[in-house]
Write a protein that binds this ligand. Structure first.
Ligand code: ADP
Length: 464
């Protein structure tokens, strides 16, 4: 059973782990999809923005300017490096206006979030017949931005790549002759956008999913926890019931066996004819009968819950009442080496208690002090009046109870399973009953014990 539960717990944890991984995978996929959808949405909204009106005409300005520089280059008037210098100086000078116009256009879209942009050049190539001449990038070229803000492209999203392909005419001198030639021009650029706070926006759109997943996750964990806890409780109850059945069978067997032998011997002629032997056998039958009766009573009374306990409170004098209990107990034990140290509070005070139930409760503790003791038993019975409570403190020099077991001591059917405890008879009902009785008096009972160093029970009953 224990193995099965361990397997179940491990399987549940693994299942939970697998479920969490799948959930995390799905959430991360959804995040990627939502991110892409958001970028696409922004891209669609921005679509065509730079090809319209003023932005379009600004593009034409740098294109025209570049073409003129390239013509100069083809006519050997400037170098590649100079083309690029002039080109970037031009785009830099246009950028301020470009950014201003872009922002104005952006405002009209009313996106609800801010968008930055950046347009970078990736290549400028002249194709003259079969020969292609790369103008950009030159070796060690670090500049690339034409328009927009300076942000790291890795922090933005690429939305567009465009190719501008055109034919251009240039005039040059060959052997004192002025000739006009053509070349093709290919310019490639990439556009990036950077949405401010885009992560918050995407996460915001996934909030219901996150919340739902979290709730589901907590629900599943709760369900696992509840199921496993119920299983462990069930297992404990089954163990307790089995223990109880074993204990009660053991307890019933002895008097029944004695009764069986005694009744058989009553048929014996020798015993029937001898009045002394007959009387002795009858006494045995009577004692065993009483023992059985006591056992059944113990099971019946001790199985009561505190709702079923109806107290019949009477006025008692503390000294007299507790002294009587101790005397009766000592007499019933007939233990030569039993030492009871009486520290009952004086002067006497009047208490209102259920005489019968409280006596049974205290006797359970006193009985245990003798039962669970491997030396000559010494019991201290002390009563004190403290803060409107009547305290009864019973200490013994017995085997003690480990801290781990102390918290279960007042549970129904609980018996400590370690040590030589099973040599001692019991049903695990005594302290349960004692606790019920003290609770019914609105009192409390606590234990202070250490293994092999004795036990102290403290009962506190409020008094008016
Ligand atoms: P029972 O004595 O019939 O087993 P109880 O409810 O009276 O049942 O006690 C529960 C368990 O608590 C006992 O089985 C024993 O292990 C432990 N116990 C009770 N009183 C003492 C004590 N004074 N010293 C050591 N162990 C004790």
């Amino acid at each position: 059973m224990k193995n099965k539960i361990t397997i179940l717990i491990v399987a549940s944890i693994l299942a939970l782990f697998a479920l969490t991984s799948i959930q995390a995978y799905l959430i991360s996929n959804t995040y990627e999809l939502k991110k892409k959808a958001f970028i696409k949405e922004t891209d669609n909204a921005l679509d065509g923005l730079d090809y319209r009106n003023e932005l379009d005409s600004l593009d034409n300005v740098w294109k025209e300017d570049l073409r003129n520089h390239l013509n100069d280059y083809k006519s050997n008037r400037i170098t590649k490096g100079e083309i690029l210098n002039k080109f970037f100086t031009k785009t830099d000078s246009l950028n301020l206006l470009h950014k201003k116009l872009y922002k104005e256009k952006l405002k009209t879209l009313d996106l609800g979030y801010d968008v930055d942009y950046k347009e970078v050049i990736t290549s400028i190539v002249i194709i003259d017949g079969e020969v292609s001449d790369t103008i950009y990038p030159l070796k060690n070229e670090t500049r690339s931005k034409i328009f927009g803000s300076d942000f790291n492209p890795k922090e933005g999203h690429q939305i567009n790549t465009s190719i501008w392909f055109t034919e251009s005419e240039y005039i040059h001198q060959k052997d004192d002759e002025i000739i006009t030639d053509n070349y093709d021009l290919e310019v490639r650029d990439i556009s990036y956008i950077q949405m401010k706070d885009w992560k918050q926006i995407v996460f915001g759109r996934m909030a219901s999913l996150f919340f739902g997943s979290l709730l589901l996750f907590l629900f599943v964990i709760g369900l696992f926890y509840y199921s496993i806890k119920s299983l462990i409780t069930q297992k404990k109850i089954t163990e307790i019931k089995t223990d109880f059945i074993n204990n009660i069978t053991h307890e019933l067997k002895t008097p029944l066996a004695t009764l069986s032998i005694a009744t058989k011997s009553l048929k014996n002629q020798e015993i029937v004819t001898s009045p002394t032997k007959f009387k002795n056998t009858l006494n045995i039958v009577n004692r065993q009968n009483q023992r059985l009766q006591k056992l059944i009573d113990q099971v019946l009374t001790n199985s009561l819950s505190n709702e079923d306990i109806v107290l019949n409170k009477e006025q008692i004098i503390d000294n007299e009442y507790f002294n009587n209990i101790l005397e009766d107990f000592k007499l019933s034990k007939q233990h030569n080496n039993l030492n009871i140290i009486n520290e009952i509070h004086s002067p006497e005070i009047l208490l209102r208690l259920d005489k019968f139930h409280l006596a049974t409760a205290l006797l359970n503790i006193l009985e245990n002090a003798v039962k669970y003791c491997t030396k000559d038993p010494e019991i201290t019975f002390k009563t004190i009046l403290k803060n409107n409570s009547y305290c009864i403190i019973i200490s013994d020099n017995g085997i003690g109870v480990s801290e781990k077991n102390q918290k279960h001591l007042f549970d129904k059917f609980y018996r400590v399973s370690e040590g030589n405890i099973h040599d001692v008879k019991g049903l695990g009902l005594g302290l349960y009953y004692t606790n019920q009785i003290i609770n019914a008096h609105n009192g409390t009972i606590s234990i202070d014990s250490q293994l092999n160093s004795g036990t102290t029970f403290t009962i506190k009953i409020p008094i008016n």
